[in-house]
Design a protein around this ligand. Structure first.
Ligand code: NAD
Length: 216
């Protein structure tokens, strides 16, 4: 597969580059603060950068007409609407978390939301490395979106933590918690590779990582 990465010099950009190289895929396009590299037209475009890069990525995606994966977090509702708009022209994946474990945590959360008594308290917490720019994390927002009401989130920025999330449910008699820990960024890169293989087969449409994971 010929692929392109926007944000190639970043932590995720490099993790994706290493994994894709190991699996025999070819980087033919990249973009970062130091400029553009273009060897060929990619079959898929992958953005792990910052929300402020979105307009550039949208331009590249429209110009090249290639399936695009958005892994960046911290987008505004308006920016998410632009990504949805793009998906009417080309196939798009947008997900705030590309790990299998978090998708299972989301499914578990949906089950608990439907089955626990309504008067239980709910709290989300997340911890990430000190360099993370957005707060709360995109994943915490995705977990909170399962509910029809606002859920309080606590965010910690600590050392080099790749990503911890937990959701706790409490009644007067008990506390139930569901936790997830990403042990490295490779797990996200693996989810991106799975998504890339899927999205290059599609015509148009907007997909989440959950759609891709549970499609088989
Ligand atoms: P990072 O800071 O290491 O990398 C971001 C890259 O984007 C850098 O190389 C930077 O130079 C580049 N960049 C920033 N502004 C730019 C600009 N104006 N023009 C060109 N390039 C620019 O960050 P990271 O840890 O790699 O994370 C990147 C994004 O991915 C963040 O939003 C993060 O929250 C998100 N993320 C998502 C997942 C997921 O599963 N969806 C997992 C991990 C991280």
């Amino acid at each position: 597969m010929k692929y392109g990465v926007i944000g190639i010099n970043g932590r995720m950009g490099q993790e994706i580059y290493e994994l894709f190289k190991e699996k025999g895929h070819q980087l033919v396009f990249s973009y970062d603060k130091d400029g553009e590299y273009k060897e060929d037209k990619p079959e898929v475009l992958i953005d792990f950068s910052l929300p402020e890069v979105l307009e550039t990525t949208l331009e590249y995606a429209r110009e090249m007409q290639v399936p695009t994966i958005f892994g960046t977090t911290g987008y505004s509702d308006q920016q998410l609407a632009k990504i949805e708009d793009l998906s009417k022209q080309i196939p798009v994946v947008q997900a705030y978390n590309f790990s299998i474990g978090i998708q299972m945590l989301l499914k578990t959360t949906e089950f608990l939301k439907d089955n626990l008594p309504e008067d239980w308290d709910i709290e989300i917490s997340e911890t990430h490395h000190r360099f993370k720019k957005d707060r709360p994390s995109g994943t915490a927002i995705t977990i909170a979106d399962v509910f029809d009401r606002e859920i309080h989130t606590t965010s910690k920025r600590l050392g080099n933590v790749a990503g911890d999330h937990s959701i706790e449910f409490g009644s007067l008699g008990e506390v139930l918690s569901v936790n997830h820990r990403a042990l490295s960024r490779r797990t996200f890169a693996e989810g991106v590779l799975k998504s890339a293989k899927f999205i290059i087969q599609q015509k148009t449409g907007l997909y989440s990582f959950q759609d891709i994971l549970f499609q088989e």
